[in-house]
Design a protein around this ligand. Structure first.
Ligand SMILES: [Ca+2]
Length: 419
């Protein structure tokens, strides 16, 4: 659980497919004078002085920020890389809540049943959500990242883009070393400094990580109780989990459902209604049974457009979004959590389709800009672009689901080129 964009995030791009074949580092990367080893050595001197001022002990400074610390150009490259595709919802869900992950997650639920029951009593977060986050973040600890956290953070702090944030994370990492929770060689994480089985940024570690197994050290790398306890504490305290409720459910929409009521941005108050209001509009459970008669505010979301699954999402869905601003990620966490306690797949799984290439997204956005529905083309398929698609659909008598289907993209291009 990390912390770059917004509250808790590492800058990985869950809704995007990783670039197929990373381009080799440009040959002149190492000779860019701003990123030279000499410039880094000077920067490191300043960082050592700053660390001392912030109360980091001399042995930790000389061990972690000594002259053997070098820049890692792979990290600079990874940080600047643009995702090549925008994934489809169904592909994303099938890959992150895969049958293998569901089976492994169920085994983890069983293996750690006692711990999970205790954590739910203590923090109010049900075990299935803790295990779902654990599976999504590090594949249950199997893939927690192999980068040196100190080297990653020093590289990104030096590189400059969001440098202040990474500099503060670096000092938090040094504080963790100073407190003896982990040794420098074992302090591993993602290239962006998200650490251990929970992928905590160091500042979140200092605020929310707990010594659940009470051995005197907080070890989110090697101790499952520490990792899951820290996760429960973070989700409860930092994100504000509502222990009374679940995250949402798949629903069936009536034939005449007004698709303008679909939320493209779940913070939009005008598309939030209580379960009884949705019931009155004809929304039911997928088996046709009525929704629970409760006054829970909820949003209808169609992550794969009007032909894909319809979901009714509650406030804990918004809690997951605070952790990662990706609707696909948040739905996958909720869905995976349900699968871990025996639920089946979505009744309408949607079709996988092909991921949209970045150029296709940019082309669609440029069309929407030309037509006055969008301000800029950034290549990212976010809620702003979906709102612009819906505005285009409404203006042209199309079904307003905000979804970038091939047909929709063709219609935008035709209008934009005036044909
Ligand atoms: Ca411990």
């Amino acid at each position: 659980m990390t912390a770059c964009q917004g509250s808790a995030q590492a800058p990985k791009q869950p809704a995007q497919v990783a670039q197929a074949a990373p381009a080799a580092a440009p040959p002149d990367a190492a000779v860019d004078p701003r990123l030279s080893d000499a410039a880094f050595a000077t920067w490191l001197e300043g960082a050592r002085l700053d660390a001392a001022k912030r109360g980091i002990t001399a042995p930790t400074i000389s061990q972690a920020l000594g002259n053997t610390l070098t820049l890692d150009h792979r990290i600079i490259e990874a940080d600047g890389r643009q995702p090549e595709f925008s994934n489809t919802f169904t592909r994303y869900l099938n890959s992150l809540a895969s049958e293998r992950r569901i089976a492994n997650g169920r085994a983890m639920m069983e293996k750690h049943a006692e711990l999970l029951a205790r954590l739910e009593r203590e923090y109010g977060v049900p075990g299935r959500f803790l295990v779902a986050f654990w599976g999504m973040e590090s594949d249950f600890g199997r893939d927690a990242g192999g980068y040196s956290v100190v080297q990653s953070l020093a590289t990104l702090a030096f590189e400059g883009r969001r440098g202040d944030m990474f500099r503060n994370e670096l000092f938090s990492a040094l504080t963790i070393l100073d407190r003896g929770h982990i040794t420098l060689d074992k302090m591993k994480g993602s290239y962006a400094g998200a650490m251990g089985q929970t992928q905590f940024m160091p500042s979140n570690f200092l605020k929310y990580a707990v010594d659940e197994d009470k051995d005197g050290r907080i070890d989110i790398w090697g101790s499952v109780p520490d990792a899951l306890g820290s996760s429960a504490n973070f989700i409860s305290k930092a994100l504000g989990w509502n222990s009374e409720r679940t995250w949402g459910r798949e629903v069936r929409l009536p034939k005449n459902f007004d698709l303008k009521l679909v939320s493209l941005d779940v913070d939009a108050k005008e598309t939030m209604k209580s379960l009884s209001e949705w019931s009155a509009l004809g929304v039911t459970r997928v088996d046709g049974q009525p929704l629970p008669a409760q006054d829970i505010p909820a949003s209808v979301v169609l992550p794969a457009g009007r032909n894909g699954p319809a979901l009714l999402l509650y406030d804990n869905y918004r809690v997951i979004l605070k952790y990662n601003r990706s609707a696909f990620y948040a739905i996958s966490i909720g869905h995976l959590a349900d699968r871990l306690i025996g639920a089946g797949g979505l009744s309408n799984p949607g079709s996988e389709g092909d991921p949209l290439r970045r150029e296709a997204v940019v082309g669609l956005q440029e069309g929407l800009v030309t037509l006055g529905f969008l301000k800029t083309a950034d290549g990212v398929m976010g809620s702003g672009t979906r709102q612009a698609i819906r505005a285009f659909q409404l203006a042209n008598g199309l079904v307003p689901d905000g979804y970038p289907s091939r047909l929709l993209i063709g219609a935008v291009h035709a209008k934009a080129s005036g044909t």
